[in-house]
Design a protein. Structure first.
Lengths: 146, 637
């Protein structure tokens, strides 16, 4: 869970919009990779991990469209996912917490943003993060398949 | 339940049966009402003639036509002629605009309204194109225009005409109906009656010794209006039957919505990667739940002692469905890196595919509030709860079948949309996900070709898997006579191209008949005596008709008796008829059938010189006299 912990720390520590956006992009990517890695491990949890990965892609792509996201050279490898031996419910809890953190940090970043494109990107990404949290924390409404 | 074409067909049939039950004398007013409503009914029948057949404007005289096509063209033309015969005189009789009072007329009016509504229902599956032609816009359009369904429709119309004709013939008898009716009206009714008979008999070569295939009629009756059913909202504690119904409704909505999305050619409304990925996720979850349901059904079928082949086939279907949802999941994974421009709105399919996942998930799981989110126990529904009795298995299978069918439609539409996006270079990758050596000046970079090729190959696999699973479930549904058993034939019909139909508004009027307008022997005799009194000619025409009916009935009975006696009693072609044969005896003293017209240049005194000199066709070979073609307000006198 090293990546999940470290990305959470980065998010909390990010002081400005650019840093928050960069950390958010990576956080969504961590969630996506981790959720994909867990999809096959228990078919009972297949739908929840599949949808969480989808929400992470949407959140990541929203952040990628933000004008203030710092340019960076590619990183095709990205952060590593959780250990294959990690307990699935532990992974789900960690990812839910990370989603919740994103859902709190991104609206705050949107409030500080001066460029409309940044505000829209943060707002969209915050919605995706909230969806990840609802799915993985088990607090969803009637139809979480958006 | 949505309205089906069969509902209107059945209503029309019941009203026609009710109308022809009336055998009392008709007052003038009643006779006028009946003629007006008969005009409406026959006009409604004639509107169908060729309206849903791609080669509707076929000339019956075309020597290249096969028997079936020629018979259909004859029947279509006969229906139009019947309508034209009545039209002028109904107009002359005039109308009060009020609802009919006489019961038989009311039934005819109701039958006309039902057939008109049925026509409009079929018409919803076609849209006018820029050139005036109508193009199919739903899967049902191909079904409606298919040969078995066209034949079934024509057969149903002809059958209505057959039941109407003897009753209508009474109107042309002065002693029985409306003695104050003008003679021209009686002749027009008589002509219409004969055209209706021709329409019925003309369909017989097309169907041979057999009625139209039951499958064609079943499909025809099942045609719904091209409108989506209302969206269903979930609520807790729904029964298995309600969940099956909700699954079917959602599947129908998705089948309706998917092509509508694809039809949006404008790039500003094109679907996005977010829509495709949501759709793929919803499809994968639906497929996963469908697999669980099929395995439960297989267990239940085994416990219930249903034929051993069924549990095995259900497991086979579950395996195919498993491959299908795995393919959808691969498509969803492909959009982890490939994306498009972003839009605020989702396509209707992406917005509603989650409903399908929810309904199938609740069918598969024991938790009545199941959602794909974490927190619901993943326990599966008890197979006995899913299908307590053997009859429950086809019902649940139908829900799975509808879901699989809808996903196949969605897959085909999404594949085309993704191809279009690739062709217009709308596929991108976030620059941050590119390899480290990639120096991207923008947040997004064009998707590398290998990624795009892989994405398209993934969709191809989705389609292949969907087709395979669809065929297996089609067969299973047929074996179990599931309510969804029509989905297979619908899919089969859609392997053909979407039909294009002629624009009805520009349709030419009735064509002149290819045989001499038939006058029976009695009527001919009266004309030779220079009798022009309409009432007498009408009576003569009715006597001729009655004689033909007698011959037809006698011939049919004899044919049935020969058939029942075994093959040795069949008369081979070319064998001289037995002079003691009842039909032969009857024919000796009854009016002859039509006479083929001589070439135009050999009948200089014939005022109808525009009648083509084509060789006699099916109508004449059947020995059926075609009545006088309609030529305006003068019914031929």
């Amino acid at each position: 869970m090293h990546d999940i912990d470290s990305i959470g720390a980065r998010l909390r520590a990010s002081g400005d919009l650019a840093a928050t956006l960069a950390a958010s992009f990576d956080a969504f990517e961590v969630i996506r990779r981790a959720a994909r890695a867990c999809e096959n491990r228990d078919l009972g949890l297949l739908p929840v991990f599949m949808l969480a990965a989808g929400a992470a892609v949407e959140g990541r792509n929203s952040v990628a469209a933000a004008p203030s996201l710092p340019r960076a050279n590619g990183n095709a490898d990205g952060p590593e996912g959780p250990q294959p031996s990690a307990d699935l419910h532990d992974v789900a809890d960690w990812l839910a917490a990370l989603g919740g953190l994103l859902a709190r940090r991104l609206p705050a970043a949107a409030a500080d943003a001066t460029v409309p494109g940044d505000r829209a990107a943060c707002a969209d990404a915050a919605q995706a993060a909230a969806q990840i949290h609802r799915l993985l924390a088990g607090t969803c409404g009637a139809s979480p398949v958006r | 339940m949505p309205a089906l074409f069969g509902d209107f067909l059945a209503a029309a049939s019941e009203h026609i049966d009710a109308a022809v039950c009336f055998y009392g004398d008709l007052s003038d007013d009643a006779a006028r009402e009946v003629i007006r409503e008969l005009d409406r009914l026959v006009a409604a029948m004639a509107r169908y003639a060729g309206a849903f057949t791609p080669d509707a404007d076929t000339d019956p005289a075309d020597a290249h036509l096969d028997v079936r096509a020629r018979a259909e063209a004859d029947a279509h033309q006969a229906l139009r002629e019947a309508a034209a015969s009545l039209r002028a005189d109904a107009e002359r009789i005039g109308g009060t605009g009020a609802e009919p009072v006489f019961p038989a007329a009311r039934h005819l009016a109701a039958a006309a309204a039902a057939l008109t509504a049925g026509h409009d229902l079929l018409q919803t599956h076609f849209a006018p194109g820029p050139d005036g032609a109508r193009t199919g816009r739903s899967r049902w359009a191909t079904v409606i225009a298919s040969e078995p369904v066209s034949a079934a429709l024509l057969s149903e119309l002809a059958d209505s005409g057959r039941r109407l004709a003897p009753w209508v013939a009474r109107l042309s008898l002065p002693g029985l109906a409306g003695s104050g009716l003008p003679g021209s009206a009686r002749l027009a009714v008589s002509a219409a009656c004969r055209w209706l008979r021709i329409a019925d008999i003309a369909t017989q070569p097309g169907r041979g010794d057999h009625p139209p295939a039951a499958a064609g009629l079943k499909l025809l009756r099942a045609v719904p209006a091209h409108t989506p059913p209302p969206r269903r909202r979930p609520h807790a504690g729904e029964t298995v039957a309600a969940l099956c119904a909700s699954t079917q409704t959602t599947a129908e909505r998705l089948r309706y919505l998917a092509p509508a999305v694809a039809a949006r050619a404008h790039p500003a409304a094109a679907p996005t990667a977010a829509c495709w990925q949501r759709t793929a996720h919803g499809a994968a979850i639906t497929g996963h739940c469908a697999e669980l349901i099929l395995r439960s059904l297989a267990d239940r079928a085994r416990i219930l002692g249903i034929a051993p082949a069924i549990p095995s086939a259900l497991r086979h279907a579950a395996d195919a469905t498993s491959a299908g949802w795995a393919a959808w999941r691969a498509a969803a994974h492909a959009f982890d890196t490939i994306t498009t421009e972003k839009r605020a709105t989702l396509t209707p399919v992406a917005a509603e595919i989650g409903d399908l996942a929810l309904w199938t998930g609740r069918l598969a799981h024991s938790d009545p509030d199941w959602t794909p989110a974490r927190g619901h126990p993943p326990d599966l529904r008890d197979p006995a709860d899913l299908a307590f009795a053997p009859a429950g298995i086809p019902a649940v299978l139908a829900a799975v079948h509808h879901a699989a069918d809808a996903l196949a439609v969605v897959a085909a539409e999404d594949r085309e949309a993704v191809r279009a996006a690739a062709a217009s270079r709308r596929l991108f990758v976030p620059a941050r996900l590119m390899p480290e050596h990639h120096d991207a000046p923008y947040p997004y970079a064009p998707a590398p070709h290998p990624h795009v090729d892989e994405l398209l190959a993934t969709y191809d696999n989705v389609i292949r898997s969907a087709i395979r699973a669809g065929r297996i479930i089609d067969d299973l549904a047929t074996s179990l006579d599931a309510p969804s058993s029509l989905l297979g034939p619908i899919r089969a019909a859609n392997r053909r191209e979407m039909p294009r139909l002629a624009h009805r508004g520009n349709r030419p009027g009735p064509q002149p008949p290819l045989v001499r307008p038939g006058t029976g022997q009695v009527e001919q005799t009266l004309r030779q005596l220079h009798i022009t009194e309409p009432a007498l000619l009408a009576r003569a025409a009715v006597i001729d008709d009655a004689a033909r009916d007698l011959i037809t009935e006698a011939t049919t009975k004899t044919h049935r008796r020969d058939t029942a006696s075994g093959p040795g009693h069949h008369r081979t072609t070319g064998t001289p008829p037995d002079p003691r044969h009842p039909a032969h005896l009857a024919a000796k003293d009854t009016p002859h059938g039509p006479v083929a017209l001589p070439p135009k240049d050999t009948r200089p005194d014939n005022p109808r010189s525009n009648v083509p000199s084509a060789p006699p066709h099916e109508m004449s070979r059947m020995g059926i006299a075609a009545p006088q073609p309609h030529r305006g307000n003068n019914p031929g006198l």
